[in-house]
Design a protein around this ligand. Structure first.
Ligand SMILES: NC(=O)c1ccc[n+]([C@@H]2O[C@H](COP(=O)([O-])OP(=O)(O)OC[C@H]3O[C@@H](n4cnc5c(N)ncnc54)[C@H](O)[C@@H]3O)[C@@H](O)[C@H]2O)c1
Length: 337
């Protein structure tokens, strides 16, 4: 964070708008602002931390502030915070004056490994999450592993679920690293964390750039564990489970489903439970299947179909659309607490 002044590609920006998450700013805001001000005058816009800030009304008020500050087309938006602020700040940058440049400085593991990377922005509507959004690639993403030092334990582990997802679904060698280096990761050893973040980003970037607008199957592989996980998050009103926790249970569900369909062997299924348990992530949950089916039906209606990412082996994902109610019930029984 102290080196943002050297690292941010500011081009001919005459001003910088720092859109910062309140809690991230408590720890890192001053250092970021001090460093960025070596490039151009910085206007800090603070956003209250928490998912409710990812709304049209907060986006509108940030846009109004930018306009009052006379932010110009050549100026730069820098976001500081987790996935919430990346999504909100990315959205605002994508529509202000029909799009100005944005640099993300993600400060949660989830945002460093996942949310900041691929240029998707998002806001929530009352009827659901991420229903408004744009594609707007950041000109740079600058992840300082030191910022993870101030992150709460639950947030760190939730971010690990996305890293473990990359290992399980796309890269068995990353999975082995996560198994071997577990203690160093959990102790937030900077070198180990840097390695696992960098490898997750590489995987995500590779899949996403082969499928830039989210249309073919490649990008969908990153949704491993997300179909069931999203339903669980929705059933918990987005309060009970952090995203990564729901995805963790979702991945065990997907493994059980793949096992039930004869795709994935027993060893592959138990590997899921083993590594997620080792990282203190949930592998089962209390839920009503009827309620989850309701959320899955909404998802299906919205997207036109339900797609399940399942594994044929660790690191070998396939897309499945034909999954029966009986298959879902069988897998759900294995993850119900
Ligand atoms: N655009 C994408 O591709 C994409 C992908 C995945 C997730 N997301 C979005 O990301 C969001 C979740 O991201 P998240 O888990 O980072 O949540 P978040 O941004 O809400 O951050 C989690 C908590 O950590 C705090 N925080 C952030 N940095 C901190 C730091 N360094 N020290 C102490 N506290 C800190 C925040 O104030 C917040 O309370 C969701 O809105 C999700 O939809 C987007």
């Amino acid at each position: 964070v102290e080196r943002l002044g050297e690292l941010v590609p500011a081009g001919n920006a005459a001003g910088i708008v720092l859109i910062a998450d309140g809690r991230a700013a408590e720890h890192w805001g001053e250092a970021a602002e001090a460093s960025l001000s070596s490039i151009a005058p910085v206007h800090r816009l603070l956003v209250e931390s928490g998912e409710p800030s990812k709304s049209l009304s907060v986006a509108a008020s940030v846009l109004e502030s930018m306009s009052k500050l006379e932010v110009r087309r050549d100026d730069l938006v820098v976001t500081l915070g987790g996935g919430m602020v990346c999504d909100l700040g990315g959205f605002v940058a994508s529509v202000y004056h029909r799009g100005i440049r944005v640099v993300h400085v993600p400060t949660t593991l989830l945002a460093q490994a996942d949310a900041s990377v691929v240029g998707k922005t998002g806001l929530n509507l009352t009827s659901g999450k991420n229903l408004v959004g744009t594609f707007h690639h950041p000109v740079a993403v600058i992840s300082d592993i030191a910022t993870l030092g101030t992150l709460g334990e639950r947030e760190l582990l939730s971010g690990m679920a996305e890293v473990i997802k990359c290992g399980l679904a796309c890269d068995p060698s990353l999975l082995s690293t996560l198994e071997v280096e577990r203690e160093a990761v959990l102790a937030r050893g900077p070198e180990t964390l840097e390695e696992v973040v960098a490898r997750s980003v590489e995987i995500k970037a590779r899949l996403v750039f082969s499928d830039a607008r989210d249309l073919s199957g490649e990008r969908a592989m990153l949704n491993y564990g997300h179909t069931f996980g999203h339903a669980l998050e929705a059933a918990g009103d987005y309060r009970r489970w952090l995203h990564g926790e729901a995805i963790s249970v979702g991945m065990v569900f997907a493994a059980e489903l793949a096992g039930h369909l004869g795709l994935l062997d027993e060893e592959g299924v138990s590997k899921h439970r083993g590594v997620l348990n080792d990282y203190g992530l949930p592998t089962q949950a209390e839920f009503s299947l009827v309620e989850l089916m309701g959320h899955l039906a909404v998802d299906k209606k919205r997207r036109g179909r339900l797609r399940w990412v399942l594994l044929e082996a660790l690191g070998r994902p396939v897309l499945y659309e034909e999954v029966s109610q009986a298959d879902i019930e069988a897998a759900a029984a294995e993850v119900r607490a």
